[in-house]
Design a protein around this ligand. Structure first.
Ligand SMILES: [Zn+2]
Length: 375
């Protein structure tokens, strides 16, 4: 990473006076000193937060609400969240709100903004560190009871929770991990059991929304953020990949070739899912490249003498084939109803999934003599 820093001018310029943090491996001490941190998931599919549907979120909200009803004023519950000021890289900030044990005590809200280069996961881990720090303060000023106290920290980022849980894998986010470990030690000495809870984000959970908006404003209001410090390797990788992506996008935007493909796929870096049927996959790619077996395309290469469609109603290009040609009235009708069905099955939430084969061969059997590819 240091090598890259000195060879890639663009990268060096972007990190200004920040130093790349040394890559270090986890020490025997980290592996052997085990501080038990429990994990609790309040959503059904903790593995993939991106795939959470409205239904998952609604269920998650109900679970969080009933969790709060049960644990509030019996254990300390803290909601934490992290934020970066643009996309996933930028000025980091985090916020946490502590719900105290006694009904007579006030809720405590705390925010923090930090170094100008951070990623969203580091910001979330720092949110957990802030929550632990608040808990240390809170429990330090309480007289010890007979039983161990329970602390729940609820956060909507599984990657951040995993960084805290897997203490033997501290090869990344070293600074913040060390800070978390030291706070966990202190809490352990204060007889506090820590549980990290995963909750769904953006699910209208009151305290989650509260820390989310406070973390965002903390980044905006921050005025004395350090302009030098250490950058994690993860952060450097993200910066480099962001730079590559934007250079690639710029070239794609400015290029003068393949404009018909550009009209269909204006954004670079999107992974295409190809149909498993070979014939269908070829047609799909040829459509994306604007080079199918339709007459308009074959005419360009001199394979046919005219671009006019057999129906006599216009030039046989992709638009005519899909939307106008009377010869394909029947398959078009089937396609219409398939699309209608897919839309209804998607619960109108905008996540419609349409298979390429549905569009290209709406009628089973048509693939044998379809017009898009002759191969
Ligand atoms: Zn036609």
């Amino acid at each position: 990473m240091s090598y890259l820093k000195y060879t890639a001018r663009e990268f060096q310029r972007s990190i200004r006076q920040f130093e790349v943090e040394k890559e270090s491996k986890c020490t025997a001490d980290n592996i052997l000193t085990d501080i038990k941190v429990h994990f609790l998931s309040l959503i059904d599919e903790p593995g993939n937060a991106e795939a959470l549907t409205q239904e998952h979120r609604a269920k998650g909200k109900i679970r969080v609400d009933s969790f709060l009803n049960f644990h509030r004023n019996k254990s300390v519950v803290i909601f934490s969240d992290g934020s970066t000021d643009y996309e996933s890289i930028g000025i980091g900030s985090c916020a946490a709100v502590l719900l105290p044990l006694l009904t007579t005590e006030d809720e405590i809200l705390s925010t923090e903004a930090f170094c100008a280069f951070t990623d969203n996961i580091e910001a979330e881990v720092r949110g957990i560190a802030l929550a632990l720090d608040m808990a240390v303060h809170y429990f330090s000023f309480r007289s010890p009871g007979n039983v161990r106290d329970k602390l729940f920290i609820l956060c909507d980022c599984l990657s951040a929770i995993n960084i805290v849980l897997r203490h033997d894998e501290v090869d990344s986010h070293i600074n913040v991990s060390e800070c978390v470990r030291s706070l966990l030690h202190t809490l352990n000495n204060l007889d506090v059991d820590v549980t990290l809870g995963l909750i769904p984000g953006h699910s209208h959970i009151y305290y989650n929304d509260l820390v989310d908006s406070n973390a965002k404003t903390a980044a905006k209001d921050a005025y004395n953020i350090p302009t030098s410090g250490e950058l994690t390797t993860q952060m450097c990788k993200k910066l480099i990949s962001k730079q590559c992506q934007s250079a690639w996008q710029q070239r794609w935007d400015r290029s003068e070739v393949a404009r018909s493909t550009y009209d269909l796929l204006p954004l670079v870096g999107k992974k295409l899912v190809f149909p498993s049927d070979r014939c269908c996959a070829i047609s799909y790619v040829r459509l994306l490249l604007n080079d199918s077996a339709l007459k308009a395309h074959r005419y360009k290469t001199g394979l046919v003498e005219s671009r006019v469609c057999e129906c006599g109603n216009g030039i046989e290009d992709s638009h005519h084939f899909f939307f106008e040609c009377p010869i394909y009235e029947h398959p078009r009708h089937i396609l219409d109803s398939e699309l209608q069905l897919s839309w209804e099955e998607s619960c109108n939430d905008g996540n419609i999934v349409i298979r390429a084969s549905t569009v290209i061969f709406p009628v089973p059997g048509l693939s044998n003599d379809n017009l898009l590819c002759h191969h």
